[in-house]
Design a binder for this molecule. Structure first.
Ligand code: ARG
Length: 459
C-alpha cells in the first residue's frame, strides 16, 4: 500500500490502523474545497517560480480531471487513500506525473485541511443563513395574515396576558434574527486563510500566503502558522450558532406540539406536514415538531463533543482535530433539514382563532388592566395589585362573577368592567414592542426591514 510517508517506514500500515484512523468516509465532502485549495496553491507555486508554467498547467488539468471523476462517481479510490487530501494528491500525481509530485510543495495536510474546512464552512453557513431567512419570511407572512387573532401569552405555561398571534410568531422570528447575526459573525471570523502555514512553522520556500488567501476569496491570511493549523474555534463557533438555531426550533416545536394538542386546539397541521399512527386510525401527529425538539439535544452533543476534543490539546496540529468534521457536517445537515421542514409546517398550519380567543378572553386575563386602571387614578401599584387580587380570589371562590364584582367595586365600576370584554385587554398593550395591534403593526414593519437587510447580507 502506498502512503504519503512510505519513505520513512519499512512496513505498510496495519488494516486496523487504516480502519480506525481513515477519514475518507466523511471528509470526501470536502472534495470541492480541497480541489479549490490545490488550484490556488499550485498557481501560487507557479507565480513564485517553484513550478514552471507548463507544470502548473499539467497539475491544473489533472485537478480538473479529478474533479470530474469525483463529480461523476468515476473516481477510483486506492487502499492507501486515508483522506480526501491523500486521494486527490495521489490521483493528480498519477495523471500529471512528475509535475503532480510537486503539488504538495511547501504544504502540509495540516494547513490543507484547515483551509478546506474554512472554505466549506463559509459556503455552508451562508446556505443555512439563507434557509433561516426564508423561514423568517414564512413567520412574517403568517404574522401578517394572523390579523387581530389573539391567544394567551403565557408565563410558567399559565395564562398571563392576551397577545396577538402575530406578536407571538414574531417572537420566534426575532430569535432567528439573532441566529442569522451569529451565523454571519462566525462566518466573518473564520474568513482567514491558513494556507502557507505548512505543518506548523511556515516554510523555507518563497511561498506567498497572501496570494493564496486572495485567490481563494479569503478576507485575510493567518498571522501565526501555529495558530493557523491548530485553531478550531471556528468550528466550535459555527456549531454554537447552529445549535442555537436548533434550540430555537425546539422551542417553537414544543409550542406546536402544545397548540395542536386536542387539549389546546389552537391549530391543526396540514396533512403534508403531519404523520399518522400505524394502529390508531384517528391520530394526526406533530412528528416534525417533536423531532425539532429532540434534535437540539443532538446538536448540543455535537458542540460539547468538539469542545471536549479541543480542551487541553497541545499546539499545534494533533490527529484529534480530525474529529472536528463529523459534528459540523451533522449539525449543518440537521439544522438545514429542520429549518426547511419547520418552514413548510408553519406555512401550512391552520390556526383556530376562535379556540385561541376563548382561551385568551377569560375575564381574569384583564386582571393587570384592572390594576393599571387603578394606578391611572393615582393608586400605588402594589395596593392596586392587592385590591384586584382580592377580587379575583373571591370570584374564583364563588362569590360572584368577576365582572359583577368589578362593577360594584369602589374606584372600578362600569368603565373598568368594560376592560373585561373579549378582545379588549390586548388592545391596551400600546407600548413600543408590546403585544397590541398598533405596536405589532410597527413591529411587523421593523421585522420586514431587518429581514431584507439580512437577506442582502447573504446574497
Ligand atoms: N485527515 C486529517 C484531518 O482531518 C488531515 C490529515 C493530517 N494528518 C496528519 N497526520 N498530519 O485532520
Amino acid at each position: 500500500m502506498s502512503t504519503l510517508w512510505h519513505g520513512r517506514f519499512d512496513a505498510d500500515p496495519a488494516d486496523e490502523l487504516m480502519a480506525y484512523t481513515a477519514s475518507i468516509g466523511f471528509d470526501i465532502r470536502l472534495a470541492p474545497d480541497d480541489i479549490a485549495g490545490s488550484r490556488a496553491h499550485v498557481r501560487m507555486l507557479g507565480r513564485v517560480g517553484l513550478l514552471a508554467e507548463a507544470e502548473v498547467g499539467e497539475v491544473l488539468a489533472a485537478l480538473d480531471q479529478a474533479e470530474q471523476e469525483l463529480a461523476s462517481g468515476d473516481f477510483e479510490f486506492a487502499p492507501g487513500d486515508e483522506d480526501i487530501h491523500t486521494a486527490i494528491e495521489r490521483r493528480v500525481t498519477e495523471l500529471a506525473g512528475p509535475a503532480g509530485a510537486r503539488l504538495h510543495t511547501g504544504r502540509s495536510r495540516n494547513d490543507q485541511v484547515a483551509t478546506d474546512l474554512r472554505l466549506f464552512a463559509k459556503r455552508e453557513l451562508a446556505a443555512i443563513a439563507a434557509d433561516v431567512i426564508a423561514f423568517q419570511g414564512v413567520l412574517l407572512d403568517r404574522a401578517i395574515t394572523a390579523g387581530d387573532a389573539g391567544l394567551p401569552g403565557y408565563t410558567h405555561l399559565q395564562r398571563a396576558q392576551p397577545v396577538l398571534l402575530a406578536h407571538h410568531l414574531l417572537a420566534h422570528g426575532w430569535a432567528l434574527a439573532r441566529d442569522v447575526d451569529r451565523l454571519a459573525d462566525a462566518r466573518a471570523r473564520l474568513d482567514v486563510s491558513p494556507l502557507g502555514a505548512g505543518a506548523v512553522a511556515g516554510s523555507s520556500l518563497p511561498l506567498d500566503p497572501d496570494m493564496t488567501a486572495a485567490d481563494l476569496g479569503f478576507a485575510a491570511r493567518f498571522e501565526n502558522s501555529i495558530d493557523a493549523v491548530s485553531d478550531r474555534d471556528f468550528v466550535a463557533e459555527a456549531l454554537f450558532a447552529l445549535t442555537m438555531v436548533a434550540i430555537h426550533l425546539s422551542r417553537l416545536g414544543e409550542e406546536i406540539v402544545f397548540w395542536t394538542s386536542e387539549e389546546a386546539g389552537f391549530a391543526t397541521l396540514d396533512d403534508a406536514y403531519a404523520t399518522g399512527s400505524s394502529m390508531l386510525p384517528q391520530k394526526k401527529n406533530p412528528d416534525i415538531a417533536e423531532l425539532a425538539r429532540a434534535k437540539a439535544g443532538r446538536l448540543i452533543g455535537n458542540l460539547t463533543g468538539l469542545l471536549a476534543t479541543l480542551k487541553g490539546l497541545p499546539l499545534a496540529y494533533n490527529r484529534d482535530l480530525q474529529e472536528d468534521k463529523e459534528p459540523l457536517f451533522d449539525a449543518l445537515d440537521q439544522v438545514g433539514l429542520g429549518v426547511r421542514a419547520m418552514a413548510g409546517l408553519m406555512s401550512s398550519i391552520a390556526f383556530h382563532a376562535d379556540a385561541m380567543a376563548s382561551a385568551a378572553d377569560a375575564p381574569t386575563a384583564a386582571a393587570t388592566d384592572l390594576a393599571e386602571h387603578l394606578v391611572a387614578q393615582g393608586m400605588p401599584f402594589r395596593d392596586a395589585h392587592a385590591a384586584v387580587g382580592d377580587l379575583v380570589r373571591r370570584s374564583l371562590q364563588g362569590e360572584a362573577p368577576l365582572a359583577e364584582m368589578v362593577r360594584a367595586a369602589p374606584q372600578l365600576g362600569d368603565a373598568a368592567a368594560e376592560l373585561l370584554a373579549p378582545g379588549v385587554p390586548v388592545t391596551r398593550r400600546t407600548t413600543p414592542g408590546g403585544a397590541g395591534p398598533e405596536a405589532v403593526a410597527a413591529q411587523i414593519e421593523r421585522f420586514r426591514t431587518r429581514l431584507s437587510a439580512d437577506a442582502a447580507r447573504f446574497d
